[in-house]
Write a protein that binds this ligand. Structure first.
Ligand code: IMP
Ligand code: MG
Length: 335
């Protein structure tokens, strides 16, 4: 048997996928955790046994000794990969025999990183070589992990892993970035270069019928990092950014903020087939003392957290997601 649970960020990244992955990996009996898209542009902040870890490549399964795979939908920077293994080991996380790379995953080279640092400014990339590595993959001039000697001990064939190796497979697929940054469905060209969708998870050799649940993750307000103008005028948005400590885990850049947009949320829920949803950082709006969403291009304000949640829950119900599949979570809380 092969089952698949997918985690998808429904906004612009940084919604707390790392936390949800960490929670699910701990609670359910997964045999594999798979990172399905993106490179080291992603930064997942994870609190494990009281310690803070920021991972860029390696999926959250490693914290629980679950087989953790960097999938063929990803691009991999070998230097960062080895740095991360060293960081995890130093923090007391055993990685030996737990971390794998699909042999057809493409590699980010120094040339990709240099190019991205020089030319990525226009749309405000993370400068980690992500875009150039995917371009070379699709231009058929790229380099696969299987051709990098240092990566040989970590290589895995995803076909063998999913279908040939004996036993049941319960896969948790952990995405990077978010639907608003998706190469096809985001606000092009202010997008990343990979597929941040449920479909993006399937691109790692997984059959559609394996999908059991899709965990959408959204922040109770929105944030975006990059060069387009995103944050509206108003002191409240800076306050949200300050209280929410909205600085990028990868680049340290200040994230722009806005109210949660219901239309984009609905689009993301529908196109990704979301079955469960986690709203993160609900304490931030509580601390700010302001609650609002953008609905039908207008700002709708609420008097309390409860009235905002009721509004959101009603909308989710109309999309087929019932109350018991919705989680409102605070920053420090594990769901
Ligand atoms: P790239 O993915 O580095 O090419 O950057 C493209 C866009 O995606 C830029 O706006 C980045 O700030 C954004 N981006 C990439 N990775 C992340 C992430 O993990 N969180 C939030 N934004 C990201
Ligand atoms: Mg992040």
């Amino acid at each position: 048997m092969l089952t698949l649970d997918v985690i998808v960020d429904l906004q612009y990244g940084d919604c707390g996928k790392g936390k949800v992955a960490h929670y699910l990996a701990n609670k359910h009996s997964y045999t594999h955790v798979l990172r399905y898209n993106g490179g080291c542009n992603a930064g997942h902040t994870i609190f494990h046994k009281g310690k803070k870890f920021i991972t860029h490549h390696i999926p959250a399964g490693v914290f629980f000794g679950i087989k953790s795979i960097i999938g063929s939908g990803c691009v991999l920077d070998p230097d960062q990969f080895f740095r991360e293994i060293a960081m995890l080991e130093k923090g007391g996380v055993r990685t030996k025999g737990k971390i794998f790379i699909a042999k057809n995953t493409h590699v980010i080279t120094d040339a990709h990183k240099n190019e991205d640092k020089q030319k990525g400014g226009k749309i405000g990339t993370t400068g980690r070589g992500n875009g150039p590595a995917y371009r070379d993959k699709y231009g058929r001039t790229g380099l696969r992990a299987e051709h990098v000697k240092a990566l040989k001990p970590y290589l895995i064939d995803l076909y063998d892993e999913w279908f040939e190796v004996k036993g049941n497979k319960h896969v948790l697929a952990e995405g990077a970035q978010g639907f608003g940054l998706d190469i096809d469905w985001g606000d092009y060209p202010f997008v990343t270069s990979s597929h941040c969708t449920t479909a993006g998870a399937l691109l790692n050799g997984l059959p559609a019928h394996a999908v059991r649940s899709v965990w959408g993750v959204a922040k109770i307000y929105e944030t975006y990092v990059g060069s387009k103008k995103f944050q509206p005028v108003g002191a409240v948005f800076d306050t949200i950014g300050d209280i929410g400590e909205e600085f990028g885990a990868t680049t340290g850049r200040r994230r722009q903020t806005n109210w949660m947009n219901m239309a984009s949320l609905e689009r993301a829920i529908r196109m990704n087939g979301v079955t469960h949803i986690v709203f993160s950082k609900t304490d931030v709006l509580r601390d700010v003392g302001a609650w609002a969403v953008i609905d039908d291009k207008k700002v709708v304000e609420f008097k309390s957290e409860k009235t905002m949640q009721d509004f959101v829950l009603k909308r989710l119900r109309s999309l087929g997601i019932s109350r018991n599949k919705v989680y409102f979570s605070d920053s420090k809380e594990t769901i």
